[in-house]
Write a protein that binds this ligand. Structure first.
Ligand code: PMP
Length: 463
């Protein structure tokens, strides 16, 4: 697809000045801004326009937030309607017609057997706050304090959520093996690898000397996002449901990233047909504005008033934008669209892998796609499914691919244990033509990055 560059909306000095001031004034902890030095000024659907006039296809989508892409008309209309009505924009956790409509729409999208007996808690506006709320809820309900979480998980950046994500020394979290297909820790992959991962969990929980603090809950992502786009096999999800149910351990499904059609079902738990005890939802439910909730089986509702509070739990614009988004995804069957278009994109990327030995793995579900880059010239480290060797991951190449993508007007994210997985999270409104343009640009970027001398400056790949 030819890219016609519109006229810059600001002279180059303005664009460069903004970037320079950002790097001088903002925190060393800033993230996306480091690898994506662009200054977005306008956006619509898949496209972002920078202050320099360049256009980008945005496959980061606000870290998976923009189910309908940027500034979708139904979202803008819903926001304008609230503003024009004179409704208060901020109301703590008070009841409003806007909130009532959001709750009704959200419950209508949930699996019936879950929604019929569920309660909702509006949380502070970030996913991590809802994760914290889920932990408090199950701790209060069970009287236990331990948590079960999985290798490679990501649940947020606040202390408790970070502990469950492997980033803090919280001894109450027991880390269990996630059933990776590629880089299976047992060197097997497939159903057998997932079976061993489940047995490990089962035997550890039943071992009186296993050192597992009595668990208040188990938290899992149906598809690990930040961990490198790792879909959990459906059979393994059902095993986790059985294992937790038979031991009265609440199962918490973190659908912050996988929800609202992203994986090809409205909620990713639907693939396996399990009913969790708690669902953690954020990102796309706010229709691009901040919103986070937990929904849970009503028997767990034993915590006290104020057990989880927060000032910003009543963002009316986010609720209105979220209602419009949920309804649009449901009415236009965008989950099905994500499933079929995602499958076609995966197939094309797998074809690409046959010509590029640096593609170690292509995986995903729906429009949550990952391409793991490896260094095929290094000695294989492990054997994967069927005994196939797996080369070490190549984060340097991945970073080069991300930059080559940006040069070609494509925004992609990196993820995975070593930031060696190129991630695609396009809006669910992606068309066939746009999907082709995305894969074409990625293929082109990959070829350019492979040709670049990046490997010669590598001091040794990590794995
Ligand atoms: N859970 C999952 C599965 C996530 O992907 C994220 C964010 N990437 C979070 C929780 C945390 O959400 P937030 O960044 O809004 O706190």
């Amino acid at each position: 697809m030819a890219v016609t560059e519109p006229a810059p909306v600001a002279p180059p000095a303005v664009h460069e000045g903004i970037l320079r001031r950002q790097s001088l004034r903002e925190s060393a902890a800033r993230t996306y801004a480091r690898s994506l030095p662009i200054v977005p000024v306008r956006a619509r659907g898949l496209t972002i326009e920078g202050a320099d006039g360049r256009r980008y296809l945005d496959c980061l989508s606000g870290a998976g937030t923009l189910a309908l892409g940027h500034n979708h008309p139904v979202v803008l209309e819903a926001i304008k309607k609230v503003i024009d009505s004179g409704a208060p924009l901020h109301v703590l956790d008070l009841a409003t017609p806007v909130k009532d409509a959001f709750t009704t729409e959200l419950f209508a999208t949930l699996p019936r057997q879950f929604a019929d007996n569920a309660r909702i808690q509006f949380c502070g506006p970030a996913g991590t706050d809802a994760v914290e709320a889920a932990f408090k809820l199950v701790r209060a309900a069970t009287g236990r304090s331990g948590l079960l979480a999985f290798t490679g998980a990501y649940h947020g950046m606040t202390a408790g959520a970070l502990a469950a994500s492997g980033g803090a020394e919280d001894v109450r979290v027991t880390r269990l093996p996630f059933p990776l297909q590629y880089r299976c820790p047992f060197g097997i992959g497939g159903e057998r690898g997932a079976d061993i991962a489940a047995r490990w969990t089962e035997s550890l929980l039943d071992d009186p000397k296993g050192g597992v603090p009595a668990p208040a809950g188990m938290i899992l992502e149906p598809v690990q996002g930040e961990g490198g786009v790792n879909p959990a096999p459906d059979g393994w999800m059902r095993r986790m449901r059985e294992i937790t149910a038979s031991r009265s351990i609440p199962l918490i499904a973190d659908e912050v990233q996988t929800g609202v059609g992203r994986t090809g079902a409205f909620w990713a738990v639907e693939h396996s047909g399990i009913t969790p005890d708690v669902m953690v939802l954020s990102k796309a439910i706010g229709g691009s504005l901040p919103l986070a909730v937990i929904i849970y089986r009503s028997e767990l509702d034993t915590w006290q008033p104020g057990a989880h509070a927060g000032t910003f739990r009543g963002n009316q614009l986010a609720m209105a934008a979220g209602t419009a988004t949920l309804a649009y995804v449901r009415e236009n069957r965008l989950a099905e669209h994500a499933a079929s278009l995602g499958a076609r994109m995966l197939a094309r990327l797998r074809t690409l892998a046959t010509d590029h030995p640096c593609i170690g793995d292509v995986r995903g579900r729906g429009l949550m796609i990952g391409v793991e880059l490896v260094d095929p010239e290094s000695a294989p480290l492990t054997c994967g499914t069927g005994g196939a060797p797996e080369a070490p991951s190549d984060p340097v190449l991945a970073a080069a691919v991300q930059q080559e993508c940006l040069r070609r007007g494509l925004i992609v994210e990196l993820g995975g244990r070593h930031s060696s997985v190129v991630r695609l999270l396009p809006p669910l409104t992606l068309t066939d033509e746009q999907a082709t343009a995305v894969v074409d640009r990625l293929a082109d970027a990959l070829a350019a990055a492979e040709r670049s001398p990046h490997r010669r400056i590598t001091t040794g790949s990590t794995h």
